[in-house]
Design a protein around this ligand. Structure first.
Ligand code: ASP
Length: 439
């Protein structure tokens, strides 16, 4: 917030009641209120019913830790606060309320970040007898309305769609900012078997060598500058960044292992021009994508490469699971439907894609959802892949499976992070600036 940026945040928060008198915060809260009104009107006009669900509940997991509330009446027992209304909205579909929405307060016990608070609000919705295309079309209509009402801007629909794989390979991120280039390139084939052990090892272990090309970067980034980028990228798991300055003569941190013509060939793969700087990362794909995805965004901000425009896109076809040290984890949540040709596909969890979609605005994930599993047996199999046995499934989710046995329509939905959406619409840099009393 520019108008008073010199005042320390702690002081501002202590005197929030005075801070809230400032015009920019007033404007932000007006934006927020207008988004809420627009949401209610749009969804009501489209046949959605606003229904409240409880907040003292049995756990409704979204992959974070629950907040717990002790029960006075049953000493030793606890309520969980909802990470989302997910299970309630699915039960409402079983009940026949075939278009539901709610502005729902949700709780996830995670660390604070500029775009994350432990307590936040979702625009949550669910519908029956539907598919991903219909849900996506409804959202495009909704966002069109929001941008018209709040920003006075016409946005064009449909939005572009990227598969998860394409988003990772081109932008190193599942929430790509496509307002600038600097796309990733896989140069594994060009650099192996030339005597550089680090790259050979990465590729032989199933990883890759990829990079980005910073236009005119040779001048902009000194040796120290590159060291600084490398230090920052280390947070994403990479141990080093190799570089090529495409200058006359070419200079490179891997010049010992690669001849001038090798380096020329790499530069060609990036369509590099004289003066560009190529940054390379190697290792397992996740680390390579995360590090380069970070560097791409970081450099674009630092060099002011980001175009001023509204960039809305969908990311689809997520993997169903990620494989962590302690087994499979649901990438979205355990109620997301896998894309199945037959039940046989469940035998190879690694290969399963989820019928899930995220909506991304200017490189921020502002919402996400999926088509849900509505087959009891498939749901059970997914719980088993996630490491639960029959007993645990029954104890945690028996009520859901039981409900499904009474007839459940095919259904799906999505939720937006209202705070994040408002932050971007208000042009704020933290969700704190669109929450009256933030943490
Ligand atoms: N419950 C999901 C979430 O909070 C959203 C959805 O799948 O509808 O991320």
């Amino acid at each position: 917030i520019e108008e008073d940026s010199k005042t320390k945040e702690e002081l501002r928060l202590k005197y929030r009641f005075l801070d809230l008198r400032r015009p920019d915060l007033q404007r932000n809260l007006m934006v927020r209120s207008k988004v809420a009104t627009t949401t209610r009107n749009f969804l009501a006009e489209n046949g959605f019913l606003e229904i409240e669900t409880p907040t003292l509940i049995k756990s409704s997991p979204e992959g974070a830790r629950d907040y717990l509330v002790p029960s006075r009446v049953y000493p030793g027992s606890f309520y969980a606060l909802p990470q989302s209304p997910q299970l309630f909205k699915q039960l409402l579909m079983v009940s026949g309320y075939d278009r539901y929405f709610q502005l729902a307060r949700c709780y996830r016990d995670e660390d604070l970040r500029a775009d994350r608070q432990p307590e936040f609000t979702q625009i949550d919705m669910e519908l029956s007898f539907t598919d991903a295309d219909e849900i996506i079309a409804i959202q495009e209509g909704f966002l069109k309305e929001v941008f018209k009402k709040i920003k006075g801007k016409e946005i064009t629909t449909p939005f572009r769609r990227f598969s998860y794989d394409e988003a990772m390979e081109r932008f190193g991120s599942d929430k790509p900012d496509t307002r600038f280039g600097m796309e990733l390139h896989d140069i594994s084939g060009l650099v192996i078997n030339k005597g550089f052990n680090v790259f050979d090892k990465a590729v032989s272990e199933g990883g890759s060598v990829r990079g980005i090309c910073v236009k005119g970067g040779s001048e902009k980034y000194s040796r120290k500058g590159i060291d600084r980028l490398t230090e920052l990228a280390k947070d994403y798991g990479i141990s080093g960044i190799a570089w090529i300055r495409y200058t006359e003569p070419i200079k490179s941190s891997i010049g010992k292992f690669y001849s001038n013509s090798d380096l020329e060939e790499i530069a060609r793969a990036f369509n590099a021009e004289k003066g560009d700087l190529i940054l390379l990362a190697s290792g397992i794909n996740k680390v390579v994508f995360d590090s380069l995805g970070f560097l791409r965004n970081h450099i674009a901000k630092e060099q002011d490469l980001i175009e001023e425009r509204i960039d809305l896109l969908w990311v689809t076809d997520f993997p169903m699971f990620s494989l962590e040290d302690d087994g499979h984890k649901a990438m979205h949540h355990p109620f997301t439907s896998p894309k199945l040709n037959s039940l046989e596909d469940l035998k190879d969890p690694k290969k399963l894609k989820a019928d899930a979609y995220d909506i991304v605005l200017n490189g921020n994930e502002i919402g996400g959802g999926s088509i849900r599993i509505h087959d009891k047996d498939v749901q059970k199999e997914i719980f088993k892949i996630l490491g639960m046995d029959e007993e645990e499934i029954e104890a945690k989710f028996g009520f859901l499976l039981n409900a499904f046995s009474y007839g459940v329509p095919p259904h799906g939905g999505l939720a937006y992070g209202l705070d994040r959406l408002c932050m971007i619409l208000a042009g704020a840099s933290s969700i704190k600036d669109v929450i009256a009393f933030p943490k």
